[in-house]
Design a protein around this ligand. Structure first.
Ligand SMILES: [Zn+2]
Length: 612
């Protein structure tokens, strides 16, 4: 309630100022109103010199929102600008925050009051969550959320063009998306779809993403977002924040996360009906504005259906209680493969785990009576919706091992130099010249041995996801150049070529892949695994190390590509990008108000980037 109360307070205290700045409703036509009014002032006082003060305050807001400027700096700079004669009402208001710098602890709160609710963003909603306090004891505290159904409504009602492009996906995209998804029974069985074609024009398929990002060496924050599966664009355009929470606040018994799902599933279930809910998230009576709008359309009949969850293996274990990768009996959430029984290291068509792949009903049966996680309170969201992502599985899994092993073998073979140091230096120079000759967007710097072989460990490249993906063609050129014709060299080349072809197919194919493309991609996936497994079997134990991500790659190409289309359209790059932005802001906030400020600043940054 804190920020809602603050905002209401702001409406009383700053009602005159906000009417002057933002127009009558405080948000509608804000940009135009502000521009025209400041323009009028400038024209009157500065002899028509234009909008000089406006960009300054916009820059202040932008740099404050993304954590580059502290609240104190915004106040100081605006005070300086006012002193030099700025006539901008907003600059003068910002200069007056924190009692003109005399009460700096109030500056941040005052800035938020002045700026008000960013356009296209909902008010913060507060829900009581069981949290771990500083002494490690559970206490219930209010935590802020940007409710997906309210976000959806605000985007539709206040950013209609943006909604059309980045939520509906532009002309024809929504129906094309449903054409692909509705081929599958798990989508057709969704109660909001079943038995009618009307959904194709009004329902938006949604995905969720969860992952933690490091705010500091000591602490990280879990960031939860939603997005339209039809929408395309940058992370800021396509990803909508739901909440941020410090990981040290989350109870280890999972009760904090379960309470979070109670709030999110209530909101997403309202979004699925297309209407504002008539009860609160804990079945409580609604109050104030929420009561006024109960039962009304959110976006003139448009609705959002949650079908997908993305993230890394660790998040899936936390969110769904799925098995860990080293689970002896069952290490895979998709099938019954284990480390001993039905071994996941068997990539053949005859592998014992084949035929044990789970659908939602099999998943529930395997729970043997224990309750499924409360995320499954989201109506129509099923086990089939948990997807494997190329960035985590291939770029930061399979590809790191392929690249690392090839680099290490080339260096060890001494074809590039007499000593190891000479070979690494020559390899680094070769890579630099290859980068020069090819237009590669993500590059690795000077290569050293520890970047692909660390003492006592199997070779593994230490590049970031995009860098690793883009280095694969160079690895193919190495495997081709140094192919002596042995079975080992032939397998190595075949493995690297299959990996490069896999990436090539992702780039070349549209979202909805033809049957031919799906078969090709599945073939490349199987070839990567089979050749790598053969190299693993015939080499020293600490080389060509097989990891469970190779097993997931098979599920990706055989199950998830036919289900969701080209994995380039559901990989986690945009999600991770947004998490990076959020935790950077969050890391600069005071821990006690981190979630409120991070959510507010995210909304402000988004509204600024949308209007620019
Ligand atoms: Zn499996």
């Amino acid at each position: 309630m804190v920020l809602v109360v603050r905002t209401q307070y702001c409406r009383l205290k700053f009602v005159t100022m906000r009417k002057r700045l933002f127009g009558e409703d405080g948000c509608g036509q804000r940009g135009a109103s502000l521009r025209s009014r400041v323009g009028e002032q400038s024209t009157a006082s500065e002899g028509g010199t234009g909008f000089q003060s406006l960009p300054f305050s916009e820059l202040m807001k932008r740099d404050w929102a993304d954590g580059k400027l502290s609240s104190r700096q915004v106040q100081e700079y605006c005070a300086g600008a006012a002193q030099q004669g700025s006539t901008s009402a907003e600059v003068r208001a910002l200069a007056a925050t924190g009692a003109r710098g005399n009460c700096p602890q109030n500056t941040q709160r005052d800035i938020m009051r002045i700026l008000g609710r960013p356009r296209g963003a909902p008010e913060l909603y507060y829900a009581k969550l069981p949290l771990r306090n500083r002494n490690g004891v559970m206490e219930e505290k209010q935590h802020p959320f940007l409710l997906p159904h309210e976000y959806f409504a605000k985007l539709y009602n206040e950013q209609r063009d943006f909604f059309g492009q980045h939520v509906l996906g532009g002309a024809g995209e929504l129906e094309a998306c449903w054409d692909m998804l509705a081929e599958h029974e798990f989508v057709r069985s969704n109660p909001y779809i079943h038995g009618s074609d009307a959904y194709r024009k009004v329902a938006v398929p949604l995905g969720l993403h969860g992952d933690a990002g490091a705010m500091s060496k000591q602490n990280s924050a879990l960031v939860l977002t939603w997005n339209s599966l039809a929408g395309q664009g940058s992370s800021k355009q396509t990803r909508c924040l739901i909440t941020v929470i410090r990981k040290d606040q989350m109870l280890s018994d999972g009760s904090t996360l379960e309470a979070i799902w109670d709030v999110i599933s209530w909101s997403l279930n309202a979004l699925a009906t297309g209407k504002y809910p008539s009860k609160g998230h804990a079945d409580t009576q609604l109050e104030g504005r929420q009561r006024e709008v109960a039962g009304q359309w959110l976006a003139e009949g448009r609705q959002g259906l949650t079908l997908q969850m993305r993230g890394d293996w660790q998040w899936f274990c936390q969110c769904f209680g799925f098995p860990q990768w080293n689970g002896a009996v069952n290490m895979c959430w998709i099938c019954k493969a284990g480390n001993r029984q039905k071994p996941w290291t068997d990539f053949r068509q005859t592998a014992e785990w084949r035929g044990t792949e789970r659908n939602h009903e099999r998943y529930l049966a395997d729970l043997a009576g224990s309750n499924p996680p409360r995320i499954f309170q989201i109506i129509g969201f099923r086990h089939e919706g948990v997807v494997i992502d190329v960035m985590h599985c291939v770029d930061l899994g399979v590809a790191l091992h392929v690249v690392g092993n090839v680099f290490y073998e080339i260096v060890q073979s001494k074809v590039l130099g007499r000593t190891q140091a000479e070979s690494v230096g020559a390899l680094s120079r070769d890579l630099a010249s290859w980068y020069k000759a090819h237009k590669v967007p993500s590059r690795f710097g000077a290569l050293q041995l520890e970047h692909f072989k660390q003492s006592g460990k199997a070779p593994k490249f230490r590049g970031k996801a995009a860098v690793t993906r883009h280095i694969v063609p160079f690895v193919v050129s190495l495997c081709t150049k140094y192919n002596k014709g042995t079975q080992h060299d032939q397998f190595r080349l075949a493995c690297a070529t299959a990996l490069a072809s896999f990436y090539g197919a992702l780039e070349a194919c549209p979202r909805r892949m033809s049957m031919e493309c799906k078969c090709e991609l599945a073939k490349f996936g199987r070839e990567i695994c089979s050749f790598y497994a053969a190299l693993s079997a015939h080499n020293a134990p600490k080389t060509w190390k097989l990891t469970p991500k190779f097993h997931l790659l098979l599920h990706l190409v055989e199950i998830h590509v036919p289900r969701w289309g080209n994995p380039r359209f559901f990989w986690c790059y945009a999600d991770e990008d947004l998490i990076g932005q959020i935790v950077e802001v969050a890391g600069a906030c005071h821990p006690s108000t981190m979630a409120d400020i991070a959510l507010y600043k995210h909304c402000l940054m988004r509204s600024l980037s949308l209007s620019s």
